[in-house]
Design a protein around this ligand. Structure first.
Ligand code: TRH
Length: 411
């Protein structure tokens, strides 16, 4: 067997024959696994003919409306997408364009998701086995630098698997950043018409029954994406009692209990746009949107509440004040991870700013009471720090570039 297998099917138009890359993604829960893999897959099309194998196309559809959940194979944004190939079915082999080979030149296993056994055996039978990489979770902890790019040997097949860690320092794999992102963001953030168009486009009502453009632009705009245990209720109360107007955009299905308690309606996945006003707060339930649209929401808002891994990175790249709810782990292991990031993020912050941001972030992660009013007093300075942090990130190699360089090095 040869290691370079699947020629691009006719639906994928590629001017030169790039090598093949297979990314394997299992959706453990939520959207982070597919969120990272979909972003990685799209960015890697610059260097590879990419197939993304996914075990949950319904979750995928939530962040990419073009996905057809019932299809075995499909193409979207130059990525070939296949349902997780538990068996080497005819559809999988056919995805090779008739060549009969099914293993790619490079194989990325996302988050140690475990490749199908038949695929591992096929890799072992190759004359030149593919480069096999496990893409790990993002962490700012110091140990990551020591484990990045290490190899482990498969116990029975003798294949090497390399561990590739995203991260914030030059001794890690970096972050998934699209080359044009900073320019797109800066243009968008300076363009009121584009911001209004964006909100119009996702269905936010304007005019008699809805918002005015002046109100939108003058309010503190907040996006809220969090886990069910985040202390959302006191926050909604604080925003209602605030002296200045706050507009909170919350994707459907997020913070449902707190919204029901506050606004009296169930914000499940069937709710489209819903607007509810109390005091200074306008709460707007919006549909779940594509990743690119979600970026625009983050760029347009003044404060972004984000969670997990991918939205957390996108909020950093948005250059706006953010509050991160980390994905909870057993024995509170996530708190070390949270603190490790905070130590890097807060370098250079003056004492009073540090106090308000630390209070809020820790409280948002279950360690105390979040004080919105204290945070609010410091928003412009936090914005300044967020801008600086994002520009620092934009200067670094993107994860896709680092991966390609690493693959070249070990090939
Ligand atoms: O959804 P998350 O909590 O995902 C995860 C998973 O729980 C995973 O198992 C865990 O390991 C990981 O976190 C750390 O949060 P995350 O990572 O931010 O992923 C959300 C994705 O959804 C991200 O790609 C952004 C995207 N998204 C949209 O595309 N549209 C939207 O409207 C929203 C709110 C998010």
């Amino acid at each position: 067997m040869n290691a370079v297998f699947i020629p691009a099917p006719s639906v994928v138009t590629t001017p030169v024959m790039l090598p093949t890359l297979h990314i394997f993604c299992r959706v453990v829960d939520n959207f982070g696994d597919i969120g990272v893999c979909w972003r990685l897959a799209r960015q890697m099309t610059e260097f590879y003919r990419v197939t993304l194998w996914v075990d949950d196309l319904l979750s995928f559809k939530q962040i990419c409306a073009d996905i057809q959940p019932l299809q075995e194979m499909q193409s979207c944004m130059s990525v070939l997408i296949g349902r997780w190939p538990e068996e080497a079915t005819a559809a999988v082999v056919a995805s090779g364009g008739g060549g009969g080979f099914v293993v790619a030149a490079v194989v990325i296993e996302a988050f140690a998701c475990a490749l199908p056994a038949w695929y591992e055996s096929a890799m072992a039978k190759c004359d030149k086995p593919p480069v096999w990489i496990n893409l790990d979770y993002l962490s700012a902890e110091a140990w990551v630098e020591g484990c990045h790019e290490l190899a482990s040997l498969h116990p029975s097949l003798g294949l090497k698997k390399y561990f590739f860690f995203p991260g914030f320092t030059d001794r890690t794999g970096g972050l998934l950043i699209e080359p044009e992102l900073v320019h797109q963001r800066e243009q968008f953030q300076l363009d009121t018409a584009a911001i209004v168009d964006f909100f119009n486009g996702i269905g936010v009502p304007f005019g008699a029954e809805g918002l005015s453009v002046a109100e939108l632009m003058a309010s503190c705009k907040v996006s809220l994406f969090c886990y069910p245990d985040a202390p959302v209720r006191p926050l909604l109360a604080a925003w209602s009692a605030s002296a200045d107007p706050v507009i909170c955009f919350v994707p459907q299905g997020v913070a449902t209990e707190a919204i029901e308690a506050h606004a009296g309606f169930v914000s499940d996945n069937n709710v489209e746009i819903r607007v509810f006003r109390t005091g200074a707060l306008t709460l707007i339930v919006i549909p779940f949107m594509s990743q690119d649209q979600y970026d625009r929401l983050l760029w347009a808002c003044d404060v972004n509440f984000v969670r997990g891994e991918d939205s957390f990175v996108r909020a950093q790249l948005a250059g706006k004040t953010m509050v991160w709810q980390i994905y909870p782990q057993e024995q509170d292991a996530h708190l070390d991870k949270l603190q490790a990031f905070m130590r890097q993020y807060e370098v250079g912050m003056p004492e009073h700013l540090l106090a308000s941001y630390r209070n809020f972030w820790l409280a948002w992660n279950g360690q105390g009471e979040p004080d919105w009013f204290l945070l609010n007093e410091n928003l412009s300075l936090l914005h300044y720090f967020a801008q600086g942090w994002s520009h620092q990130l934009f200067k670094k190699n993107s994860l896709a570039q680092s991966l390609c360089q690493f693959i070249q090095k070990i090939s």
